[in-house]
Write a protein that binds this ligand. Structure first.
Ligand code: RP5
Length: 164
């Protein structure tokens, strides 16, 4: 069975961060769905989404929110699916408040928190979880790593030719 990734953002103002994740998932051929549900503004819808995710074929959830970011934790409270939290940057505190709100979960309800605005790593981590039961996806991830490795070596070569 191919699992989907369920993506939730606290506001459509988080979309630029989410697009980093959707672009990465698309490049890997992973299906996903995207919603705006807020832990504070639409708490019932956020809870309902988390509660029903597993039975709808979702294998991993990604939750992105900024400011007093409770979304990932609120989602994680309602499911045993793995939840990846993305703290989003704000204009006033720069995202450090969202980082701490997302990462500092009490024991018993884990959220795997990536960097502030870390949409790419959230998608890659979701892919790595799904790849445990998907050999084809595992191969794509290994090819992605190899391409990244070769890309850095090519950059080193270009820089070395210029300066050394
Ligand atoms: C959070 O508050 C959202 O996730 C967003 O990052 C932040 C600001 O939301 P808006 O006021 O832009 O809707 O709940």
């Amino acid at each position: 069975m191919k699992y989907k990734v369920g993506i939730v953002m606290g506001s459509d103002s988080d979309l630029p961060v989410i697009e980093k994740a959707t672009n990465t998932l698309s490049a890997l051929g992973i299906e996903f769905e995207v919603h705006v549900y807020s832990a504070h503004r639409t708490p019932d819808e956020a809870a309902q989404y988390a509660q029903s995710a597993q039975e709808r074929g979702i294998g991993v959830l990604i939750a992105a929110a900024g400011m007093a970011a409770h979304l990932a934790g609120a989602i994680a409270a309602r499911t045993t699916l793995p939840v990846i939290g993305i703290p989003c940057k704000s204009s006033n505190l720069g995202g450090i408040e969202a980082l701490l709100s997302t990462v500092q979960m009490p024991g018993g309800i884990p959220v795997a928190t990536v960097a502030i605005d870390g949409g790419v790593n959230a998608a890659l981590l979701a892919a790595q979880i799904l790849a445990l039961s998907d050999e084809e996806l595992d191969k794509k991830l290994k090819a992605h790593r190899q391409a990244q490795y070769e890309g850095v070596l090519a950059k080193d070569k270009a820089i070395a030719e210029r300066f050394n």
